[in-house]
Design a protein around this ligand. Structure first.
Ligand SMILES: Cc1ncc(COP(=O)(O)O)c(C=O)c1O
Length: 447
């Protein structure tokens, strides 16, 4: 009982294959370590970020809308700065590292900012070699469809547990590829697909080792390899009229520290694909998920991961398997800075200081409590000779958010600051605004 042949009509497959070999992939000889923004030169480093922030504050103060309550609030509490061009440069770096062989589907949950989504969809100056999207909810699907509702074929509904109404919405929006990891979910998707008169390509989310990553996801999602093979049998036997089992996906956890996690996981995925295809299946997709480190920082870089899995990717390609990924953090971590005004200072008896700001662990710093993330700011003063605090000693300090005793954003050493000085947190684009309590985000200024 084979289901072979359907993939020739797969809209997702056509999208993945459409610009994989675009010559613009090689337009840049090296991924730049500094990136150019629309307004000048920008890198993640404070020496170029801080002047940009300072000129943004000056622009706000001098703008005719300074009496606008939103602008007043930005100058009182703070704001986000977003550099969409950063995400586009990261896309160039991605294509270069993977030689155009791994199509990225940006994980919306990481940061669904409209301008970022648009920049990544269009691919910027990369000649239209834009990304697809991994959406985990109806809201995320809405956020990555084009203005006229187009682009469903570039979206994977990558949440193994979905609402019936969200599946209906997805199908009506032209999103026909979904992940699942249980018989119950396959039955649910099939029921909705029949009612909607549509076919769905299903991708089994499998469980892979995720030790050592900052945020492990294996407890919540993923079928073991043998269960995944059983799921294929179930799809063939019960739902061949509406479902095509097209491949497997995995996630090695967010913030991976060890490149080996990817090669281990790929071998497990290939094992499942092989067994499924031996049983008459027609898998053509391996989705290697997210977990890629933010671009532009130190530490492990995607080039290390790309090098480590290059051979496996080549082999899969030669077997007719397309490889895609769902990076989130990689594209956006460095594309945002959060700029907070110190509204209060308290000097402690032991010599330390406490600085109070309007963002805290219920806002963009939620990962401080969720996964022990560390955010260390650099200070900025609007007036005076030493705006960037190049001179002077540092003292131990605690940075406190607005929510109460336990709202501690960071403990670090900083110069002696005053109320009215600013704290600039860079690399703030991943799992910050998107997971903050509703209504707690600052306004965003695009640079
Ligand atoms: C299914 C899925 N894909 C992709 C991502 C993005 O991961 P990252 O931002 O680590 O690349 C996540 C993050 O939780 C996820 O759950």
């Amino acid at each position: 009982m084979s289901n072979k042949g359907n993939h020739t009509q797969s809209r997702l497959r056509n999208f993945v294959k459409s610009n994989a070999a675009s010559p613009v992939l090689h337009a840049h000889s090296a991924a730049p370590d500094k990136i150019e923004s629309e307004n000048g030169f920008l890198s993640l480093e404070p020496d170029t970020l801080l002047p940009q922030v300072l000129s943004t504050i000056t622009r706000l103060r001098e703008s005719s809308s300074v009496s606008d309550p939103r602008v007043a609030l930005m100058l009182d509490d703070g704001f986000n700065v977003c550099f969409p061009s950063f995400a586009v440069r990261a896309l160039t770096a991605w294509h270069k590292a993977f030689k155009g062989k791994v199509k990225p589907f940006f994980a919306m949950k990481c940061n669904p900012d409209e301008r970022i989504v648009r920049a990544l969809r269009e691919g910027g100056d990369e000649g239209g070699n834009g990304v697809g999207f991994d959406a985990a909810s109806r809201k995320e699907i809405m956020g990555c469809l084009g203005e006229g509702g187009e682009g469903g074929e570039k979206i994977i509904f990558a949440n193994p547990q979905k609402n019936v109404s969200a599946i209906e919405y997805a199908l009506r929006a032209g999103v026909n590829v979904m992940t699942f990891d249980s018989v119950q979910e396959a039955d649910k998707i099939a029921r909705v697909a029949r009612a909607e008169g549509q076919r769905v390509e299903v991708v089994a989310r499998i469980l892979v080792p995720d030790q050592g990553s900052k945020v492990r996801l294996g407890e919540k999602f993923g079928a073991t390899p043998s269960v995944a093979v059983d799921l294929h049998r179930h799809v063939l036997e019960a739902h061949r009229d509406v479902l095509d089992f097209v491949g497997v996906s995995f996630h090695v956890g967010s913030g991976v520290r060890d490149v080996e996690r990817y090669s281990e996981a790929i071998e497990i995925a290939r094992g499942v694909v092989k067994r499924v295809n031996e049983e008459g299946g027609d898998c053509w997709l391996v989705d290697i998920g997210g977990g890629f480190p933010g671009w532009g920082g130190g530490g492990m870089v995607i080039e290390d991961i790309a090098k480590c899995i290059e051979g496996s990717i080549e082999e899969m390609k030669s077997e007719g398997i397309e490889v895609i990924a769902e990076p989130g953090r990689f594209f956006v971590e460095g594309a945002f800075a959060v700029v907070c005004k110190i509204f209060s200072v308290r000097e402690l008896r032991g010599g330390g200081r406490e600085y109070f700001i309007a963002q805290g662990v219920e806002g963009v710093f939620k990962d401080v409590i969720l996964c022990d993330e560390v955010f260390i700011p650099v200070p900025l003063r609007e007036k005076g000779d030493d705006k960037f605090f190049l001179k002077g000693d540092s003292v131990p300090c605690t940075i406190r958010g607005p929510a109460g005793e336990a709202d501690i954003v960071a403990r670090c050493n900083l110069p002696k600051l005053q109320a009215g000085d600013w704290l600039v947190f860079n690399r703030m684009g991943a799992y910050t605004m998107s997971i903050a309590k509703a209504g707690s985000n600052f306004e965003t200024i695009y640079v």
